[in-house]
Design a protein around this ligand. Structure first.
Ligand SMILES: Cc1cc2nc3c(=O)[nH]c(=O)nc-3n(C[C@H](O)[C@H](O)[C@H](O)COP(=O)(O)OP(=O)(O)OC[C@H]3O[C@@H](n4cnc5c(N)ncnc54)[C@H](O)[C@@H]3O)c2cc1C
Length: 472
């Protein structure tokens, strides 16, 4: 089917990139560097997607993606290229555990969990993850069974010690922002294999949370966007992609005609199109292109997050020898970390409300929510916790351009029914899908988004290598 509103000749480009998150902007940056005309179109009035910041008290606070690890080499490389500094996240002091038997302060000598049971559970997860090929999880020997088995059911069946079961429960809620009863064992194992293993993924120093951006993660997208010759078009929510007949066009290949990218007030023509939006919104883009098939993507995702910031005059918990880190057995707030480092004396605690807790939390009244939140923090850190300068919330479930955070968590059975959501052959059409959910490595991370953007650009360049490098 062809059609859609007419397009102005000035709006015909080599590549249209839909979505100005890290994946889209990375693809655009790489393609523009080869001399291609690239137009990025973005639904929102800002760039960055799932990286965004609150600006308060002269500080930028990451409301979305924030931390990066020692293995996130492509993001580190981009940060250096665009002049952004990183700062370590580690906060010295004792951690607090609120696991149902009173508040436990855990210094090195007082582990909160049974070390043997917990160590064994983590090792088992890493051993099982090592049998899942991230490039195609459905080909793992036990994929069929593990895709139907939820993590909660697996933990109940396999882990004897209650501490081990509790740890796995907390881990899934924290790492995937989902309830372990909603997540298949196969998805968890894929996520671990993709991201470098459970020990790496959960660690701060030396692990996936080692650093954050000085001045906020959103700056990376902003700087990449600013360096593009064609400004990003904002307020441009894409709804439809139409085929345009390529007959008579010199060099046209069957099925590779230009594509008309359409939305309210938008009509742009691209020889290639990169759809760099998350799976939920990508499912809503209507395809009117006979030769293009939508890749496998979960119809419904299980991840949900409200990310909170509590700003204080000073990191007062450090005076009591506390690191600011809390893990709690019951919600809504189960995880707190200290984000104060390098913030000119301000104390900043970051809290995560995840999975079904996030929906319940967001549905409550603002005033009641705040009282309950401060009560909880006061129980952990004392009465000073009741006096923040500001409490900031970002409910990512409410954002229609995202649907499912931190990244898509497919329903049990999805991997074996659908297959991987990234290209598995060299064959490509004029439309390609990018994003952190389209990357077998570091799925769900900033690193996955950047790698996917780079890989998509590489495939376009390989498919259409005629452009000579030129100043755009
Ligand atoms: C609360 C939170 C905490 C996180 N913490 C971390 C962390 O510490 N470390 C880490 O590595 N990762 C973290 N992540 C994940 C990380 O932020 C994402 O993996 C990454 O930013 C995804 O980038 P992306 O380009 O794939 O997608 P996105 O950033 O979602 O970009 C997609 C873009 O497409 C736009 N769009 C959507 N639909 C349309 C449409 N129809 N037309 C036009 N534009 C459209 C969106 O507005 C958006 O700008 C976190 C995420 C969240 C939400």
């Amino acid at each position: 089917m062809t059609g859609g509103p007419p397009v102005d000749a000035a709006d015909a480009v080599d590549v249209v990139v839909i979505g100005a998150g890290l994946a889209g902007l990375t693809a655009a940056t790489e393609l523009a560097a080869t001399g291609r005309q690239v137009q990025v179109v973005e639904a929102l009035d800002r760039v960055g997607g799932r990286t965004a910041s609150h600006h308060r008290y002269g500080q930028a606070l990451d409301a979305g993606g924030s931390y990066l690890g020692v293995r996130h080499l492509r993001v580190r490389e981009l940060a250096a290229r665009f002049g952004l500094a990183l700062t370590p996240t580690a906060a010295p002091g004792a951690n607090l555990y609120d696991l149902g038997a009173g508040l436990l302060r855990s210094d090195a000598g007082r582990p909160a969990f049974n070390a043997l049971a917990v160590g064994d559970a983590l090792d088992r997860l890493d051993d099982l993850a090592a049998t899942v090929p991230p490039a195609d999880p459905a080909t793992a020997e036990h994929a069929a069974e593990w895709d139907q088995l939820t993590v909660a059911a697996w933990a109940h069946r396999e882990l004897r010690h209650p501490d081990a079961r509790l740890l796995v429960d907390l881990l899934v809620r924290q790492m995937l922002a989902a309830d372990p009863a909603d997540v298949s064992l196969l998805h968890l194992l894929f996520y671990l294999a993709s991201g470098g293993g459970v020990h790496y993924l959960t660690a701060f120093a030396g692990g996936a949370q080692q650093d954050r951006f000085v001045g906020g993660a959103h700056q990376l997208a902003e700087r990449m966007a600013a360096a593009l010759t064609r400004p990003v078009r904002h307020g441009a929510e894409v709804t439809d992609l139409y085929a345009v007949p390529s007959a008579g066009r010199p060099g046209a290949r069957p099925g590779h005609g230009p594509v008309r990218v359409v939305g309210p007030g938008l009509s742009v023509l691209g020889t290639h199109v990169v759809v760099a939006v998350p799976p939920g919104p990508a499912n809503r883009i209507r395809l009117h292109l006979p030769s293009v098939h939508r890749p496998a993507q979960p119809a419904r995702t299980r991840g949900a997050t409200v990310k909170l910031h509590l700003i204080y005059e000073r990191p007062f918990w450090r005076e009591a020898g506390l690191s600011g880190w809390v893990t709690a057995r019951t919600g809504p707030l189960r995880y707190v970390v200290d984000d104060s480092a390098g913030r000119d004396g301000l104390g900043v605690l970051v809290g995560f409300v995840t999975g079904p807790d996030a929906s319940r939390y967001a549905a409550g009244s603002g005033a009641a929510r705040r009282v309950a939140l401060l009560d909880r923090l006061a129980g952990w850190f004392g009465p000073t916790a009741r006096q923040p300068l500001a409490v900031l919330e970002r409910d990512w479930q409410a954002e229609s351009t995202v649907e499912g955070c931190y990244a898509a968590v497919p329903e049990p059975g999805w991997w074996t029914a659908a297959g991987p959501p990234w290209p598995t052959t060299a064959a490509d059409g004029p439309v390609r899908w990018a994003g952190t959910e389209r990357c077998a490595q570091f799925y769900g991370h900033l690193e996955g988004a950047v790698r996917s953007g780079q890989e998509t650009a590489r495939r376009i360049i390989a498919a259409d290598p005629v452009r000579a490098p030129a100043a755009q």
